[in-house]
Design a protein around this ligand. Structure first.
Ligand SMILES: O=P(O)(O)OC[C@H]1O[C@H](O)[C@H](O)[C@@H](O)[C@@H]1O
Length: 433
């Protein structure tokens, strides 16, 4: 991954960060890097995630998925960090796989039923992922999926792989049915676990190259040094932090490839859950080039100066010529390809923001393949850990998410939680038709 922060400089945009300020920030980056290296060396909670390129064993994952390796479809049941990393990888590489990868993260009943109805269950694998093994949405969806397999006369125990923590209800279930199971590595929070079994079981079932994913991540790990000027990941994390400090409290992630749309979702969880605490943090927004040029660009170029736009350039992609036409005004299109049009729109949009003095940063991939994806995921995780150090927040916890979880359990009779009482105490000011 390369990063270009030229359009974040104060000489070009506002808010922007001056070269002198970046130099000063680099001292803080050096201190943060020392802290990060120490955390990695001591396998501390969270920091341990940055050791995954060396710790993850691709052979263990390949062996676990062996019985279902050639499945026509794969249902991954998980949510948040237990789904988005896997989905980012398999969505990005979908064109290279014959396996249809489906993710059941939501519990919208109609949506779940629609997904299950179209699948050839006797040729479908189930990948259940939950670090805690207790997440209501995941466990509920798994029970629904199991039931659908049983109703279709398919033995789900032959087709299921479990990835979970050392203990918990899902671990018990895996043991009881003797299911192939993998462990969520210790010290790795869900949103930092894409490069472990959590994200890579789905990739393995879909036939992707796990070693290349890890090699790309390992190459990015090699760039982690004490200076943002030598490390793309730190350059991104430090620039995003500095811009937030100067008023760009929103970070719009805009990949210029359909295949990377899920990456923006993964990034949103990483950035929001890791940095959104103590009244601090930068709000991630998901967008897609070129589509959202025609819906959101107006705001990004002319709205409040509270945004950083992060572009992701996918590098080399398959191309398709635009057929010639005898309509004179459209003749210029016939000389181009769809890829050239996409690239021109990307460069034009980037320039249009810079010309309006709006900060933007470019993440560059050479291609959307395993190696580059491994580097992108690792690089953004390292950027996030660095940003967390600069903000001074606890990057690896998410206490605010727990409140609604408890309230939900309380409402469903799953225990006595005072949070559930607050639901009944809601203030109403209804406007009725
Ligand atoms: O993997 P699980 O324990 O099922 O957790 C899944 C997700 O749910 C939680 O609410 C957390 O906020 C996320 O960080 C986590 O990734």
């Amino acid at each position: 991954m390369h990063v270009d922060i030229g359009n974040a400089l104060a000489s070009e945009v506002s808010p922007g960060v001056s070269r002198a300020a970046l130099e000063r920030l680099d001292d803080q980056v050096a201190d943060a890097h020392e802290r990060i290296e120490r955390g990695m060396a001591n396998a501390e909670h969270g920091y341990e995630a940055l050791n995954l390129p060396e710790r993850t064993d691709p052979d263990e994952i390949s062996a676990a998925v062996e019985p279902v390796a050639d499945s026509e479809a794969l249902i991954t049941v998980g949510i948040g960090g237990s789904a988005l990393g896997a989905a980012t990888i398999t969505d990005a590489l979908a064109a290279e796989s014959d396996t249809e990868a489906v993710y059941l993260d939501n519990v919208d009943p109609e949506w779940v039923s629609n997904h299950l109805e179209g699948l050839p269950l006797e040729e479908t694998a189930i990948n259940v992922v939950s670090r805690s093994g207790t997440t209501a949405e995941t466990l509920a969806n798994f029970l629904v999926v199991r039931d659908a397999f049983e109703s279709a006369g398919v033995d789900w125990t032959e087709r299921t792989i479990v990835t979970t923590g050392e203990s918990g209800p899902l671990r018990d279930l895996a043991n009881r049915h003797d299911l192939p199971s993998l462990k969520v590595p210790d010290g790795v929070p869900g949103r930092f676990s894409a490069l472990s079994a959590v994200g890579m079981v789905a990739a393995a079932v879909c036939g992707h190259d796990l070693e290349a994913l890890l090699a790309g991540a390992a190459a990015e790990r090699e760039t982690l040094t004490g200076s943002l000027f030598d490390c793309p990941a730190y350059a991104y994390g430090a620039t995003a932090y500095a811009l937030d400090q100067r008023g760009a409290g929103i970070n719009a992630m805009v990949p210029y490839a359909e295949s990377l749309e899920t990456f923006a979702e993964w990034f949103a969880q990483l950035w929001a859950e890791s940095l959104g605490k103590d009244d601090l943090g930068q709000t991630p927004v998901r967008a897609l080039g070129v589509t959202d040029q025609h819906s959101q660009l107006q705001l990004y170029r002319a709205g409040p100066r509270d945004k950083l736009v992060t572009f992701v350039s996918p590098g080399e992609t398959d191309d398709r010529p635009i057929p010639d036409t005898d309509v004179e005004d459209l003749a210029y299109l016939g000389d181009a390809t769809l890829g050239e049009l996409l690239e021109a729109e990307f460069e034009a949009t980037e320039a249009s923001l810079a010309a309006a003095g709006r900060p933007n940063v470019r993440l560059e991939l050479e291609a959307v393949d395993e190696y580059e994806l491994g580097g992108l995921l690792y690089g953004m995780e390292a950027a996030c850990v660095l940003a967390g150090e600069l903000y001074g927040v606890n990057t690896f916890e998410q206490p605010a998410v727990e409140w609604a979880k408890k309230a939900t359990r309380g409402l469903l009779g799953g225990g006595d939680f005072e949070e559930a009482d607050a639901v009944a105490e809601k203030t109403e000011l209804r406007v009725e038709r």
